[in-house]
Design a protein. Structure first.
Length: 305
């Protein structure tokens, strides 16, 4: 009813199960603030979970009591949330990014280049559809990004040639799927009823489809989904290891590097905020602290002697 993603549903159900099992399978209506506090404390003290994980567990329990059990109790708002520590993101230098991308090839190179060249999140890249890429205008339209918001970002010219060839290969696979009785992808909300043939149209197909046919977890229909995020995660990890990179680089590091390098090139913070899709400019301001000019983005007086 609330249009939560499958991942959110699975996470909430998982935390609710762990909460009930932690207290000996007692019914949640028999428990309250003390039991929730003990559960969260055990996660931190014995489970050594991070603050964000602890807060996710709390959100699941608040959802249980407020929306499932209909408990409008004031103590739900009084439970303290764990304070998340402020961490500086890992950022690669331009030579490091060049070396990392040079260790990738094929579809992995295209996806990683979009993460760095357009500032995409990993799932935003994997969920791209053919209709969202505008080669004529050199831009990408990102649908239903973080916070269910749309935004536009650039399409790097360096990617266009290989991306065009990749899409031609994807089109041929799509035609083969249609001939085999597949070729229908998941379309959002009620578009399937409004446009019955939209799910088989070329424009709605995934830019980076999976190599295998799988079963949809909601409808049970067999279809070709987009690539799993672990495909690119493993490829980037292996590439970083092959080039001897000591920084703990991952897919999101490329997005951090995109923002930092734009700042280095003199672009203003509000433009970068729009490209990244940040709701608050304070989130974007963190990249001013990781510029390649030392702490707080200033030059050391030692370097001027």
């Amino acid at each position: 009813m609330r249009h939560y993603s499958v991942r959110t549903e699975e996470a909430y159900v998982g935390w609710i199960k762990r909460f009930i099992l932690f207290h000996g399978k007692r019914h949640p209506l028999e428990m309250g603030e003390d039991e929730i506090t003990r559960f969260l404390s055990a996660l931190a003290v014995h489970g050594h979970v991070s603050a964000s994980t602890q807060n996710q567990a709390l959100c699941a329990l608040v959802f249980l009591y407020r929306h499932v059990l209909g408990q409008s109790l004031g103590w739900l708002d009084d439970i303290a949330r764990a304070k998340r520590p402020q961490r500086l993101p890992v950022v690669l230098t331009k030579p490091e990014v060049k070396a990392l991308l040079g260790a990738l090839e094929g579809v992995h190179w295209i996806m990683a280049s979009l993460l760095y060249g357009a500032g995409l999140r990993l799932l935003e890249c994997l969920r791209l559809r053919v209709k969202d890429i505008d080669f004529a205008s050199h831009q990408i339209l990102l649908r239903q990004g973080k916070g269910n918001k749309d935004r536009r970002t650039m399409l790097p010219a360096a990617v266009q040639e290989l991306l065009t060839a990749h899409l031609e290969h994807v089109r041929q696979r799509h035609q083969h799927d249609l001939a085999q009785g597949f070729g229908r992808v998941l379309v959002p909300n009620a578009l399937q009823r409004k446009y019955p043939h939209a799910n088989s149209e070329w424009g709605w197909q995934w830019v980076f489809p999976s190599s295998q046919i799988s079963r949809d977890p909601r409808s049970g229909e067999r279809r070709r989904h987009h690539l799993h995020e672990s495909v690119l995660q493993r490829a980037v990890k292996e590439a970083a290891r092959n080039i001897g990179l000591t920084k703990p680089a991952n897919c999101h590091t490329l997005r951090h590097s995109f923002a930092t390098h734009l700042l280095e090139d003199g672009y203003d913070i509000r433009t970068i905020q729009e490209l990244l899709g940040h709701q608050d400019v304070k989130t974007t301001m963190i990249y001013t602290h990781v510029l390649n000019r030392g702490g707080q983005g200033v030059y050391s007086p030692m370097d001027r002697l």
